[in-house]
Design a protein around this ligand. Structure first.
Ligand code: DAT
Ligand code: MG
Length: 139
């Protein structure tokens, strides 16, 4: 069944580069409704928990350092088929492989600093949304 909600983060590189507005504009233009939104920062420990699934990967330490290096924008987004459609909007993990017009093609600088996160399944969208937001923060 197609999902209605996904979870995203505008990562520290894109926040530092001043691209919050540009990326939110693309998200809105693609038809996603913002259900929850905040500027926040993860500690190294919280980043480690968020990316626990990647703990065995060689880039895990670097990933957690980067994701805790500055503020992020966390958001829950709603749209028919949200998870799959948002992954299409952000493009491939490595911006060198991302299609023209995708957020990562436009704003990511490397495979590690790739501007945005997008959930990869309905189950993870729910887990990741709950990691960052309390029920009263959803609208
Ligand atoms: P995605 O963010 O497209 O879902 P992923 O879940 O495979 O990609 O990896 C999570 C993040 O980890 C990714 O956004 C950036 C980082 N990462 C992935 N592969 C990497 C690599 N080969 N070198 C450095 N960082 C990497
Ligand atoms: Mg992923």
């Amino acid at each position: 069944m197609a999902s209605n909600r996904t979870f995203t983060m505008i990562k520290p590189d894109a926040v530092r580069a001043g691209n919050i507005g540009n990326i939110l504009q693309m998200i809105n233009a693609a038809g996603f409704r913002i259900v929850a939104l905040k500027l926040t920062q993860m500690s190294m420990e919280r980043a480690g928990q968020f990316y626990e699934v990647h703990a065995a990967r060689p880039f895990y330490g670097e990933l957690c350092e980067f994701m805790s290096s500055g503020p992020i924008v966390a958001a829950i987004l709603e749209k028919d088929n949200a998870v799959e459609d948002f992954r299409k909007l952000i493009g491939a993990t490595n911006p060198a492989n991302a299609e023209e017009g995708t957020i990562r093609k436009l704003y990511a600088t490397s495979v590690g600093e790739n501007a945005v996160h997008g959930s990869d399944s309905d189950e993870n969208a729910a887990i990741e949304g709950a990691f960052h937001f309390a029920g009263v923060e959803l609208f």
